[in-house]
Design a protein. Structure first.
Length: 91
């Protein structure tokens, strides 16, 4: 279903994994996705973080949960991602 190296599915939508950092909004959670890339000049591995607004229809996510999210149509001004699955619950 998912291409391992590119982070996209066959339908062309992006898929990311990240940690929930905020769940204070109704039906919305903020997920921080971290990717490791090589710096083009210095060849050092650099971490880039992006904060994604994720649609959580059932309000099931808690802070610290590891989740997989997928790109979707715009659901609000900032929400462009939806929850696919919860990989690991916070302890």
């Amino acid at each position: 279903m998912m291409a391992e190296d590119s982070g996209t599915r066959r339908d062309g939508r992006k898929v990311r994994e990240g940690v929930v950092v905020s769940n204070r909004m109704d039906k919305t959670a903020i997920v921080e996705a971290t990717e490791r890339v090589r710096h083009p000049r210095y060849d050092k591995t650099v971490q880039r973080r992006s904060r994604l607004a994720v649609h959580d229809a059932d309000n099931t996510l808690g802070v610290g949960d590891l989740v997989r999210v997928a790109e979707t149509r715009p659901l609000s001004k900032t929400k462009r991602w939806r929850l696919v699955e919860i990989l690991e619950r916070a302890k």
